[in-house]
Design a protein around this ligand. Sequence first.
Ligand code: WTA
Length: 645
Amino acid sequence: MSYPYQLTTLDAYHDAYRRSVADPEEFWADIAENFLWKKKWDKVLEWNFTEPKIEWFKGGKLNITENCIDRHLELKADDPAIIWEPNNPEERTRIVTYARLHKRVCQFAQVLKNNGVKKGDRVCIYMGMVPELAYAVLGCARIGAIHSVIFGGFSAQSIADRLEDAQATFIVTCDGAYRGGKDIPLKSIIDDALIGNKTIQRVIVYTRTRTPVSMIKGRDVWWEDEMEFAETQVEREGVVSFPAEEMDAEDPLFILYTSGSTGKPKGVVHTCAGYMIWTNYTFVNVFQYTPGEVHFCTADIGWITGHSYIVYGPLSAGGTSLMFEGIPTWPDAGRFWDIVQKHKVNILYTAPTAIRSLMGFGLEPIDGKNLSSLRVLGTVGEPINEEAWHWYNENIGHKNCPVVDTWWQTETAGTLISNLAGVTPSKPSWATLPLPGVQPLLVDENGKEVTEKDEHGYYNGNLCIKAPWPGILRTTYGDHERCRTNYFATYPGLYFTGDGCLKDENGNYRITGRVDDVLNVSGHRIGTAEVENAINMHSGVVESAVVGYPHDIKGQGIYAYVIVNHKHGDDDLTKRDINQTVSRIIGAIAKPDKIQFVSGLPKTRSGKIMRRILRKIAEGESGNLGDTSTLLDPGIVEEIRSGKL
Ligand code: WTA
């Protein structure tokens, strides 16, 4: 199978782009014909960005798992769908063929049904990177339950908040997860999250680490027992395949929580058909995937990158997706290169933060590793600096592999701006051109299109998108108004990304980073308000303000200015207590890198914290702080500046 909609020349790209803008409905209808529908759509697109209301392929009926699995069975039953590489290189690799994947997903769908899960129910999945995580996700999709995967690094409190927001009724988890030298006790974290919870009816626990866990009668069941029962049931009842639920094109497929500029994460909702088509189309075109190739996306399925480019994109394309349980630096910094060599990886898709961290180990871990199978390299999640781009291109790709810099967001489902590997030109640290169907627009603070170049010859503004593509978010779960105010109200008539951006005269885009109060730490989105709320939970803290600062490896680090009225022990212990509090409330990923104790914060007379000043000081650029005359107490700035860490 190859893909009729794969754009393999520069002309084909430009032609497709033109057609996608001139007549989006015709353009996407042609592409949608390549998928398996139980019933075709009545209308390709209906939309307005005011409410917002966005509907793609309305009236169409399908099930995404039939597109990801069943339709490949005839020709690819014995081809690998998932190659699983364990945390510990001594442990055996698992190869999951399409036939096996079909069997396991059907079986798990049966397990969900046996446990009372129905179409539309919210199932929270909190697991390590084991193939069973993919079975759980796809099992939900098979029966039409809405999955909400939570990254294993989030704390019990974060899970509890998400369970509450989604009104989830089921959980799938593991006893524990391996990550490098650590075991994370997932079930025990779930147990903490469930204290006081009233909605969860059942917890299904997969055995991975054999950590002792508490199993509550009537609530907790073992994955293995349930799967075994479902298997004999399938045999007994002569059912070979669990029927895929007929889903509306616009039925929700999943919720994924992400940070914004307010204190509470939002549940981004994606729907069945649009999400499927967008992840597939971008997977096939950005990476120029050829059937038979091994695609290695190093993200965790707890993030959108894993949803779209480990599970749904590659599988809907009948591809082979490599899933890695561990981390790049364990047992040593050569782990990625060992995996590339061992599994003859063709496409490597990772984050700039991983590249920068591996750069720090020098070339020794790469020495002697055969990387010749690599054809395409990709990056995602944060701006890539030129040094890292060149290091990746030269030492990993040996200048033979196009590097695709893919810009996108949880809300966009898949890539919106990127070069297409070997088809459209790359430009170091530029995401370059929009995919067909994507119409970017740079605006100034007032929402007016930027039409003048800056002193460097670039258009510089806030990145918006003018019209919907199939993968755009539809709502934020349980709160549509929040979706409107967050994304569609800042600049009426436009989807606002929250990112700042440059455009050159050839139409290439370069994303410069968030312009809202969201940090990007090691490619993870973290809202400053969330971190402040967590710090403020500490009993000795009066107030805090959190900003980002440039960090060599993480991209951005978290800098917290904190007013305390009570120190328990010395400064160092108090800082560790604050960090511990943040770990409890959000998770270790949100721990501040630097905490500076201050006696006050720079505020305007109306009480607003002037973050601009705090950012400048944290960035080490306090020479020119701009106008501080509107401050309530200008003296505080000097104190903060002299105490900078
Ligand atoms: C940033 C991850 C520069 C951006 C897929 C965006 C990038 C946020 C790039 C979304 C890139 C992602 N170049 N910045 N190639 N890709 N970003 O929701 O600020 O975790 O808004 O989605 O990451 O993060 P999210």
